[in-house]
Design a protein around this ligand. Structure first.
Ligand code: C2O
Length: 608
């Protein structure tokens, strides 16, 4: 199963999303084995603000781009934040080893940053993007150039705004192909050929309200933010929503071909089940790491995760629905229960009177299906992981409630405000500088950084309790706000047990770590028990990812080597939870070797 033949890389790529995914690259792909430098221009446009009167730079914001930032969804016209007027944003296509320079110009009305989700950013933490963690936001009118190399990763990643809830519409695919002449996909079709087409599929969430207003209202009132009004495939809700059929995303494919579908869950708050009528999907990669081929009729993709699958179009010519809807693991918590669809068409004609075949999707609360999918993934190759563990950490992850204090609006349950935490610390972003700047400028000494952050994030929860009990004592529901980092020595082998809690409502949390890929050694339900669960660790071929969906009322164990100096955020990729504080950061020290230290900050790093 693990040994598959390879073939030399192909230069053919066809993007079938007609209006949405336009490659920005000027250079042709994959002709040479040498790594390339690519320069891209991202202009963030916000048609809500009167950008024509404020910004008259005709070169960067021709009126056409502004028009494109106005879209009609669910029967109404909306102005949304976009990159270059495109929604979803432009796909960035690179070969492994390429260096990117992306100049982001903010022509909108909100602060913005761009995060390169899953890119390791070796020594280039200044280009990682989380607002107030590695950089100050790019103010309206400002610009910043992200510079980094994509190395040692192949598959599908993505980029998104990392400021407030802008990523609802400011996101796009980052496609990493093997470098021609150096490596190749470790999979092929039945005839031994590469997949005939590659199709990026961004799953998203749509709000009729401006998403920034949704989160601002929630932050003001302390109540939960509104749920979304639609789920989307490449920006379109599809046939099952009002006024949406004309825009339904259609993928024209060819009978008999094998295609590579590159799924990205770009939704803000919804984990998704995905299925394609009549076709088996063979998973070959996740989060830009290859997996052993795994054939399945349903995927579960959490926000932040990507999944690459091969599909052979071997059914009777026709039209087949791709459908996605929520995996909603929390009991009694409202969620968007709608279903988005797109059409795979090899019927030889766009319009047909018979409606496409519809797949069966699991029930919203089908935790066994979600779990069996995620735990079936295995790394393609044997893991290279140290057997020693230098830092053994135990982090509780979950929601909570702040008791009401004077002057605040407390719209949460029983006069509280919603909160979330890791080890009972509810993460608070700095506001006067970024953590990385404070660390770099202050040499990391407590005296100079203490006003921005402290390096005392706890290795264990302050109190040990029955984390997944039916009734966790109310005394344990209230976290403590703080800006704390956990400091790691360069090269330390780090293991983190991520333990979900049943405080307020247990839920599957997609925990994402910036700057690293990690191995997922094991997952389980209930409380992690080192005495019995350590024996379940897969040290042979664990999957490598950047986002782990920690089972509802359960745990996951991850391991990585701290070989990338900088400040690296770890957080729940449900934006509602990061908003409430379900985050922390690792501060990784420089090593002593030549290429073991953080680079100097670029001259154009935005100032706060
Ligand atoms: Cu994709 Cu910190 O996020």
């Amino acid at each position: 199963m693990s040994s598959m033949s390879s073939y030399s890389s192909s230069s053919s790529l066809l993007l079938f999303t007609t209006t949405t995914l336009l490659a920005l690259l000027l250079c042709s792909q994959l002709q040479l084995s040498i790594a390339k430098e690519q320069y891209l221009e991202f202009v963030v446009i916000d048609a809500i603000s009167p950008i024509i009167t404020h910004h008259s730079n005709k070169q960067l914001t021709p009126s056409m781009q502004i028009k494109e930032a106005s879209v009609t969804r669910l029967c109404r016209r909306h102005s949304i934040m976009t990159v270059n007027g495109q929604f979803p944003g432009p796909a960035v296509e690179v070969s492994e080893g390429d260096s990117l320079m992306v100049r982001v110009t903010n022509r909108g009305g909100y602060n913005v940053t761009v995060h390169w989700h899953g890119v390791r950013q070796m020594r280039t933490g200044w280009s990682d993007g989380p607002e107030f963690v590695t950089q100050c936001p790019i103010r309206p009118g400002g610009s910043y150039t992200y510079r980094f190399t994509v190395a040692g990763q192949e598959g599908t990643l993505w980029w998104h705004a990392h400021s407030s809830w802008l990523r609802a519409t400011v996101h796009g695919a980052l496609l990493i192909r093997p470098r021609a002449g150096v490596s190749a996909y470790p999979f092929n079709d039945a005839a031994g050929k590469p997949p005939a087409r590659e199709i990026p599929i961004l799953l998203g969430e749509w709000w009729d309200m401006n998403p920034i207003d949704v989160v601002r209202t929630a932050t003001r009132t302390g109540a939960a933010p509104n749920i979304s009004d639609a789920l989307t495939v490449n920006g379109q809700p599809g046939d099952l929503y009002k006024c949406s059929s004309n825009g339904t995303t259609t993928f024209p494919v060819k009978s008999g071909e094998t295609n590579l579908l590159r799924f990205i869950n770009a939704a803000l708050n919804t984990e998704l089940f995905v299925s394609l009528a009549g076709h088996t999907m063979t998973v070959v990669g996740a989060d830009a790491s290859y997996t052993k081929p795994y054939a399945t009729s349903v995927l579960m993709i959490a926000p932040g995760q990507t999944t690459d699958v091969l599909v052979t179009f071997d059914q009777p010519p026709g039209r087949y629905y791709l459908a996605a809807r929520a995996y909603a693991s929390a009991q009694g918590v409202p969620f968007d229960n709608t279903t988005t669809t797109a059409i795979f068409d090899y019927g030889g004609g766009g319009s047909s009177s018979t409606s496409p075949a519809m797949p069966t999707l699991p029930a919203y609360n089908d935790t066994p299906t979600a779990t069996s999918f995620t735990t079936s993934l295995r790394g393609l190759r044997k893991a290279e992981l140290p057997s020693r563990v230098d830092e053994s950490l135990f982090f509780t992850v979950g929601v909570g409630l702040f008791n009401c204090s004077g002057g605040q609006s407390c719209g949460g349950p029983n006069n509280t405000r919603f909160a979330a935490s890791i080890n009972n610390v509810s993460f608070v972003l700095p506001s006067t500088t970024s953590i990385l700047q404070a660390h770099y400028g202050g040499g990391g000494s407590p005296a100079s950084t203490g006003s921005v952050f402290t390096a005392d994030f706890p290795a264990n929860p302050p109190v040990a309790f029955d984390y997944t009990a039916q009734n966790v004592s109310r005394a344990l529901w209230q976290p403590v706000p703080g800006t704390k980092v956990y400091r790691l020595k360069y090269g330390a082998a780090v293991q983190v047990v991520l333990q979900g809690t049943n405080i307020f409502a247990a839920e599957n949390h997609p925990i994402h770590l910036h700057g690293y890929d990690f191995y997922i050694l094991a997952e389980g339900f209930g409380n992690f028990d080192a005495a019995t669960d350590t024996a379940k660790f897969n040290l042979d071929d664990p999957p490598m990812r950047n986002t782990v969906a920690v089972p509802v009322n359960g745990w996951a164990v991850i391991r990585f080597v701290a070989d990338n100096p900088g400040v690296w955020l770890m957080h729940c990729h449900l934006d509602v939870h990061i908003t409430w504080g379900l985050a922390m950061a690792f501060l990784v020290d420089d090593g002593v070797g030549e290429l073991q230290s953080l680079e100097a900050p670029p001259a154009d790093l935005p100032i706060c």
